[in-house]
Design a protein around this ligand. Structure first.
Ligand SMILES: Nc1nc2c(c(=O)[nH]1)N[C@H]1C(S)=C(S)[C@@H](COP(=O)(O)OP(=O)(O)OC[C@H]3O[C@@H](n4cnc5c(=O)[nH]c(N)nc54)[C@H](O)[C@@H]3O)O[C@H]1N2
Ligand SMILES: Nc1nc2c(c(=O)[nH]1)N[C@H]1C(S)=C(S)[C@@H](COP(=O)(O)OP(=O)(O)OC[C@H]3O[C@@H](n4cnc5c(=O)[nH]c(N)nc54)[C@H](O)[C@@H]3O)O[C@H]1N2
Ligand SMILES: [Mo]
Length: 758
């Protein structure tokens, strides 16, 4: 079985940080950059959305350092690179190779006759875009956003799209925390987490569901480590034993850095089956109910509706069902429930392990039920904490990147700008790709991101993006999405977070919002030498200007000084009054959260329990009947991140904590499952997923890694396994791809069999 690391963090983490700096070919500059990460006068780390506590010199982590070094590299690509490589030849390269070539350094336009990207002047690019966009009906245009965009550019982008006439704003949240937003809005009337960073210092118990912070939110490990050392009980629910959640050594603690010592993080570590968390939480509530412990009747009476109906549902859910679906014993669930009940201050955090299932919304509502029933919400040290992914994904939503804007928001924009705006819902990622595939939408604009590799069902998705008659990509690095050009396509290279953004000679700050609803400024510090790039804000302003002229706002004037954009935000988005002065305060300001303050902005004015039976299955009924027809074992696959990647950006081929070296095309299998399939470590396999259509979705060239994983479950890296996720396999009410539960069949690779026979 694979030998995992003994502890996370520590010296290997520092070594890996340094290796990332060396690879960037800009060691000194990036050391300077790192000293500015998340500091008051510095820039917000592009790595993740965890909050900052502004004390101490180092506010970065190993993976934040990789993100910074990857962006701030000496390597550049421009005219000669694209003259050498045709688009079809580039499409044959890996995602890693494409991004590794360096920063995009000049605007480019696709020439379909030669199949090459060629340079174009900025002015010509914008004139071309303005003319072409005006040839389309607004609802034929899809405006995608990845969550790195600043508040300023996100605001301009949504304003431009709406004034142009559409609410088509597919965005990365649709593949990420959409279920959290839907669930929390329905239950507590606000789609964001209710805790702030300081709450972690006060909690007596922290429950971590479906999240791997050691790799994906390493700065969260500092909060968990501190809490554990103060006696807070950390309870982890994770399908895999993630080493950082077991033992973590702070690279900032000399003893833990230089010796084998580390802090034990989880007091209790439960490994539910994939998709088993709703049953586990239901079991926790059932235990509390049966033993009359932990329930806060006063809180329930004063603040909530629907408790009785929910508790009836809990009573009718059998322990057999709970154990079978969660894969955990009643005893373990009861112990977790007791820990929850004993602590008067409990926080639950979660990420993709809860959000990327068919029943994600119901799972997150179930977790909310637990907090409501025990009154563990809205006071210091307790509450709900969806840990967001991209560094400003939450801010993008606050700025109005949403395919279903609230009527109140649209009414404010209409009144402020004296215009009439579209009110019908636009497209999310799922709907946008369907519309592109059917030829109903014809234009794709990507404000960052790499939708081709990030979205599910790679063959379908790539085909859909390729149908676009016009695509406009605003990006720092080359990726697969940019190469899916058939007619007109442009790449507009932009500045990154680390770089100085000057408009009319004056350095500009941008702002972002973290997972704790803290909004603060970010100032780039590196000269963008040799880059004929514009800021994202200036690019969007120029596109808007070229398409709509000066109406109803002077776009170029706005982009000359971002304070003007912030003034508009202040006028139209609640919580941002005096925006420009508030961000001068070190650390920024807190946007507030109604649920934290005990106000329930739901239709009834009360926090609302949901009373849903446990799901019958992880998959829709007709997929289950397909599965029943199969011979041989069916496994449930989760697709997840390694320690060496940022979403579709692959930094390297290692996954240090899980003990995987130099490869990514691996399938983590339970040794007993593998034995049953007559497979052993290193065997070459291919993987096929099962769905209700007749399409074959298969990846090959994978090898087996034996791993401590519940029987019947398997794991493999994203994005390599996205071809297996059926496009229509999405969460109920969230449309999020079910990237953490795909039924698969594993076969010994046919090429391997051929070799053996030889
Ligand atoms: N370095 C780095 N940082 C990142 C990112 C990155 O790619 N690299 N991505 C950013 C983004 S956009 C996001 S959304 C976050 C993602 O952060 P995570 O959600 O931590 O990312 P995943 O790798 O998808 O990890 C899912 C975790 O949930 C567990 N899990 C999967 N299914 C289940 C389940 O059904 N039940 C339970 N209990 N556990 C389950 C897996 O074993 C794994 O530990 O990280 C952000 N930060
Ligand atoms: N199977 C599976 N699929 C998944 C997931 C999963 O767990 N499993 N996770 C999902 C999740 S949580 C998410 S958030 C999505 C991520 O989806 P995306 O946000 O679309 O993908 P990223 O890989 O983060 O985007 C990387 C690209 O962004 C561009 N970029 C980087 N920095 C900047 C910048 O500062 N400005 C601009 N304009 N561009 C920049 C670069 O060109 C880079 O190639 O993927 C989802 N897909
Ligand atoms: Mo994400």
């Amino acid at each position: 079985m694979k030998k995992r690391a003994m502890k996370a963090g520590g010296m290997p983490s520092l070594k890996s940080t340094f290796a990332a700096l060396v690879k960037s070919k800009r060691i000194r500059g990036n050391i300077r950059n790192l000293l500015r990460v998340n500091q008051t006068s510095g820039f917000d780390c592009p790595g993740c959305a965890w909050g900052d506590n502004k004390s101490g010199t180092f506010q970065f982590c190993e993976n934040g350092a990789k993100a910074v070094a990857w962006e701030s590299t000496e390597k550049k690509i421009g005219e000669s690179f694209f003259a050498t490589h045709s688009v079809s030849s580039l499409l044959k390269q890996s995602d890693f190779w494409l991004e590794y070539q360096g920063r995009l350094s000049q605007p480019l336009k696709y020439d379909a006759t030669t199949d090459h990207y060629v340079p174009i002047d900025w002015a010509d690019a914008f004139a071309f875009i303005g003319e072409r966009l005006n040839q389309y009906d607004a609802n034929q245009v899809e405006l995608y956003t990845s969550g790195r965009a600043s508040n300023e550019v996100a605001y301009l982008y949504q304003l431009f799209g709406r004034l142009f006439g559409t609410n088509n704003f597919p965005d990365c949240s649709n593949m990420c925390h959409q279920a959290s937003g839907v669930a929390l809005n329905a239950s507590i009337g606000v789609g964001k987490g209710t805790v702030v960073l300081e709450d972690f210092d006060h909690a007596n118990a922290i429950f971590v569901f479906g999240q791997n912070p050691g790799s994906n939110h390493p700065r969260m490990m500092n909060a968990l480590r501190k809490a554990a050392r103060n006696g807070c009980k950390i309870v982890t629910f994770n399908n895999l034993k993630e080493v950082a959640l077991e033992r973590f050594a702070s690279p900032q603690d000399p003893v833990e850095l230089l010796t084998p010592s580390a802090t034990n993080i989880s007091h209790m570590y439960l490994t539910p089956k994939l998709g088993g968390d709703m049953a586990a939480i239901r079991g926790m509530v059932k235990h509390l109910l049966e033993n009359s412990v932990g329930l806060n009747q006063t809180f329930v009476d004063e603040n909530t509706i629907g408790a009785e109906e929910y508790l009836d549902t809990v009573r009718t859910t059998s322990w057999e069902h709970i154990e079978e679906q969660s894969g955990l014993t009643q005893e373990d669930i009861a112990s977790a429930a007791n820990l929850f009940a004993e602590s008067d201050k409990a926080i639950s955090t979660w990420a993709m392990g809860l959000t990327q299932h068919k029943h994600s919304v119901d799972t997150i509502r179930e977790l909310t039920n637990l907090h409501l029933l025990t009154g563990q919400i809205g006071h210091q040290g307790s509450g709900l904490c969806p840990v967001r992914g991209h560094s400003n994904v939450q801010g993008n939503r606050t700025m109005g990147i949403n395919e279903s804007p609230t009527p109140a928001f649209i009414a404010t924009l209409e009144e402020t700008f004296g215009v009439s705006l579209p009110k019908t819902a636009g497209h999310n990622v799922h709907q946008a790709l369907h519309a592109l595939n059917k030829g109903e939408s014809k234009v794709f604009i990507g404000l960052g991101g790499n939708l081709a590799a990030a979205a599910s069902d790679t063959v379908f998705t790539c085909n859909a993006i390729k149908q676009a008659e016009l695509s406009i990509h605003i990006a720092t690095k080359l990726n697969r999405t940019h190469l899916l050009a058939s007619k007109d396509a442009l790449i507009l290279p932009c500045l990154g977070r680390t770089e100085i953004d000057r408009q009319k000679g004056v350095e500009q700050a941008i702002t972002v919002e973290d997972t704790f609803s803290m909004v603060h400024a970010s100032h780039g510090g590196t000269e963008p030498e040799g880059l004929n790039c514009m800021s994202e804000t200036a690019i969007i302003a120029n596109i808007a200007h070229a398409t709509l002229g000066n109406k109803p706002v002077d776009w170029l004037h706005l982009a000359e000084n971002y304070e003007r954009i912030r003034d508009l935000i202040a006028r139209t988005i609640p919580g941002f009054d005096n925006f420009n002065s508030k961000i001068r305060k070190p650390g920024g300001f807190y946007l507030g959260n109604t649920a934290r303050e005990g106000q329930w902005a739901t239709a009834s004015g009360k926090a609302t329990f949901s009373a849903t039976p446990l799901p019958e299955d992880l998959y829709p009924a007709n997929v289950v009947s397909e599965i029943e027809k199969q011979r041989g074992p069916i496994l449930t696959l989760q697709t997840l991140r390694s320690h060496d990647q940022y979403n579709t950006t692959i930094y390297g081929m290692n996954d240090r904590y899980r003990g995987v070296e130099n490869k990514r095309n691996v399938l983590f299998l339970n040794p007993q499952d593998a034995k049953k399939m007559q497979l052993k470590e290193g065997d070459k396999i291919d993987i096929t997923s099962i769905w209700q259509d007749k399409v074959t979705r298969k990846v090959d060239g994978f090898s087996v890694v034996l791993y401590d994983i519940p029987r019947g479950n398997a794991a493999a890296y994203y994005p390599e396994t996205n071809p297996l996720v059926p496009f229509d396999s999405v969460g109920d009410k969230s449309f999020t791809p079910t990237s953490k539960a795909i039924p698969i069949i594993v076969n010994r690779s046919s090429t391997a069999i051929a070799t053996q026979q030889l």
